[in-house]
Design a protein around this ligand. Structure first.
Ligand SMILES: NC(=O)C1=CN([C@@H]2O[C@H](COP(=O)(O)OP(=O)(O)OC[C@H]3O[C@@H](n4cnc5c(N)ncnc54)[C@H](OP(=O)(O)O)[C@@H]3O)[C@@H](O)[C@H]2O)C=CC1
Ligand SMILES: O=C(O)C1=N[C@H](C(=O)O)C[C@H](O)C1
Length: 252
C-alpha cells in the first residue's frame, strides 16, 4: 500500500489526483495541504504552514505537488527534510527556483519531475525530437493553448518542447508573439492562447516551401495528467535519491 499526500489538494489537479488515489486499491490518501484547509475524499487538508507537522504525523511515502512555483519550492524542501519521495507537476519555475529544487533533492529523496504527466505528451515529445532532427532547416513555430485560469506562460510542456528543439536544431532565438514590421530569420516563434476551459493543446509546426508538417497533442480531460502522476507515485516510492522523468517511469 503506497501512502500518498497531495500538495495543492483543493485545486483542479489536486482533486482529480485525489479521486484516482481514492479509487486505487493499492494506494491510500493520507491527506493534503493547500493554501486553505478543508478535506479531500475524507482525508484532512491542512494549510501549507503546517507541512512539517503534517508529514511527520501522516508519514506519506510520496508527496504529489501540483501547486504554484513558489509554493512548490517550499513543499519540495519540506518533503526532502522529512524523507518523503516526490512527484512534482507544478510548472513555471524560474532557473533559480529550479536550482533550489535540485539542491534540496540531491542525495536526499527520489523525485519524478515532469512538465507533463500524460503518456501521450511523453510520446509526442519523442516524435517532436525525431521531426526536429529531420526537419531542422524548416521554419519552426510552437503554439500552446490552455484554460483562462492558467497563470504561467508559456506552459511547462511548451518550454520542454523548446528545450528539445534547442537540443536537436541548435539554440535559436525565440520570438514570443510578433507585432509590427520584421523579417523572419531562423528564430522559433512561440504563441500562447488562454481561454475558456481548454485543458491543454500543444503543436509544433515545421514550415518549408510548398509543404508543412504539423504535430499536435490535445488533452480532453486533466485525468490524463493525474493518471500519469499517480503512476509515477507508485513507481518512485522506494527508489534511490535523485531526479527522474516520466521517461524513466514509462521505460521509453
Ligand atoms: N505536469 C503536469 O502534467 C501538469 C501540471 N500542471 C501544473 O500544476 C499546477 C497546478 O495546476 P492546477 O491544479 O490547474 O491549479 P489550481 O490553481 O487549480 O491548483 C493549485 C492549488 O494550490 C493552491 N495553492 C496556492 N498557493 C499555495 C501554497 N502556498 N501552498 C499550498 N497550496 C497552494 C491553490 O489555492 P488557490 O486556488 O487559493 O490559489 C490551489 O488550490 C500548475 O503549475 C500547472 O501548470 C497542471 C496540469 C498538468
Ligand atoms: O496548467 C495546466 O492546466 C497545465 N499545465 C501543464 C503545463 O504547463 O504544461 C501541463 C498541461 O498542459 C496542463
Amino acid at each position: 500500500m503506497t501512502k500518498i499526500a497531495i500538495a495543492g489538494a483543493l485545486g483542479r489537479m489536486g482533486t482529480t489526483i485525489g479521486r484516482i488515489v481514492d479509487e486505487s486499491p493499492d494506494m491510500h490518501l493520507v491527506g493534503g495541504i493547500d493554501i486553505k484547509d478543508g478535506s479531500l475524499f475524507g482525508a484532512e487538508v491542512v494549510t501549507s504552514d503546517r507541512i512539517d507537522a503534517f508529514l511527520q504525523e501522516t508519514r506519506p511515502d510520496v508527496l504529489i505537488d501540483f501547486t504554484i512555483a513558489h509554493a512548490a519550492v517550499e513543499n519540495i524542501k519540506a518533503a526532502a527534510r522529512n524523507n518523503v519521495a516526490l512527484v512534482v507537476g507544478t510548472t513555471g519555475f524560474t532557473p533559480e527556483q529550479r536550482a533550489e529544487i535540485e539542491d534540496a533533492i540531491a542525495g536526499t529523496v527520489p523525485a519524478v519531475i515532469s512538465t507533463n504527466f500524460s503518456i501521450g505528451v511523453n510520446i509526442f515529445w519523442q516524435i517532436v525530437r525525431e521531426a526536429a532532427r529531420l526537419l531542422g532547416d524548416y521554419d519552426i513555430e510552437v503554439t500552446e493553448a490552455h484554460h483562462r485560469y492558467k497563470k504561467d506562460a508559456p506552459s511547462g510542456t511548451a518550454k520542454t518542447i523548446l528545450e528539445i528543439l534547442d537540443q536537436e536544431v541548435g539554440k535559436r532565438e525565440k520570438a514570443y508573439g510578433r507585432e509590427g514590421m520584421g523579417e523572419r530569420k531562423d528564430e522559433i516563434g512561440v504563441h500562447v492562447i488562454r481561454g475558456g476551459d481548454i485543458v491543454g493543446d500543444h503543436s509544433v509546426l515545421f514550415a518549408g516551401n510548398f509543404e508543412c508538417v504539423e504535430l499536435s497533442h490535445r488533452a480532453y480531460d486533466r485525468a490524463v495528467f493525474a493518471q500519469g502522476a499517480v503512476r509515477a507515485a507508485g513507481w518512485v516510492a522506494g527508489r534511490d535519491p535523485g531526479i527522474y522523468s516520466m521517461k524513466d517511469v514509462l521505460g521509453i
